[in-house]
Ligand binder design. Structure first.
Ligand code: SF4
Length: 307
């Protein structure tokens, strides 16, 4: 497997930084369109606690008064803010425009397209990365994403979490695996890069179930993968379930072993975007070993190196 940092250095000859931006979209799994209450592991921030907040109206509502100039102004404001958060520590020059929180294709495709286009038109933005759900990419949205992908790479991140429909139902994910497969097929046909999120440690799953998810993705072959340990965050329904009736969570060593074994099963040319969680400290209930990032990375790198 190729680590994301190596992939980016190879493609751009320097480090590329993520700018966390927001479309202002909500999530159809929270407002009743696909389901109510959201996925049980998702906190109030919609799986993207660090994203900038959109100043405009919510994209899932009508936008009678938007135009491309307003979209560009909104993106300008967010990019300046996001750069300010990282440039104090670095001399970053190249960026990924990263729309992470909630479901960033859940809204008027032309409005969202104008936000994405405004971000990509910035010279220093080299990639557009959009997190969304596989049941939320309309034909019009796909057409716009494919057109943008002709100018600079567009990455679509899909939160699969597990290949097992039974676990997905328990998580209230709100769509079956067949929907994911169809979405990946459409994105691949359009030439768009697909990145899939997986969570290890979901309640009810055995280690073998998690490895089955990895074997499944080795067959589906998205271009990239993000693996993370289940993190129980304040405000999520799963954290409430855990506090009422604790279920087993991996130790760091068990998790590192499982990730190392997974990496062996995945294609060599797949890009590894993440192998740890990045949940906010103030919301984390368990497992607390996630907070010691240095120890986590050292342990994981040692296990991976042993293979
Ligand atoms: S689809 Fe994403 S934003 Fe929506 S509830 Fe699930 S994890 Fe949260």
């Amino acid at each position: 497997m190729i680590r994301l940092s190596d992939y980016l250095k190879n493609e751009y000859n320097e480090k590329v930084y993520k700018l966390s931006l927001s479309t202002g979209c909500t999530c159809p799994n929270r407002d009743g369109t696909a389901g109510w209450g959201g996925c049980t592991f998702c906190s109030a921030g919609g799986s993207g606690e660090f994203a900038a907040h959109a100043g405009g109206a919510t994209a899932s509502t009508a936008h009678p008064d938007w135009d491309s100039a307003r979209a560009a102004a909104e993106i300008d404001r967010q990019i300046t803010e996001a750069k300010g958060r990282i440039s104090a520590k670095t001399n970053a020059r190249l960026f990924i425009a990263y729309f992470q929180s909630f479901t960033n294709t859940y809204g008027d495709p032309d409005y969202l397209g104008s936000l994405f286009r405004a971000a990509l038109e910035k010279e220093e933005v080299v990639i557009l990365s959009v997190a969304t759900r596989p049941d939320c990419i309309s034909d019009r949205m796909l057409e716009i994403l494919a057109e943008l992908n002709n100018s600079k790479p567009v990455w679509i991140e899909l939160g699969l979490q597990t290949a097992h429909d039974q676990t997905a139902e328990r998580l209230n994910r709100g769509y079956p695996r067949a929907v994911f497969e169809d979405c990946v097929r459409r994105l691949k046909e359009a030439g768009i890069t697909v990145i899939v999120h997986v969570i290890f440690g979901l309640p009810g799953e055995t280690r073998e179930d998690m490895l089955d998810t990895i074997r499944y993705l080795a067959r589906v072959k998205p271009e990239g993968i993000k693996i993370q340990m289940l993190q129980l965050l304040k405000g999520s329904r799963l954290a409430e379930e855990y506090e009422a009736a604790p279920f087993p969570l991996f130790t760091l060593e068990e998790y590192a072993d499982l990730v190392a074994e997974s990496l062996r099963l995945l294609p060599e040319d797949m890009v590894l975007h993440r192998m740890t969680g990045d949940g906010p400290r103030k919301l984390l209930i368990a497992p607390l070993w996630c907070l010691d990032k240095k120890r986590v990375l050292n342990t994981m790198n040692a296990r991976i190196g042993e293979l």
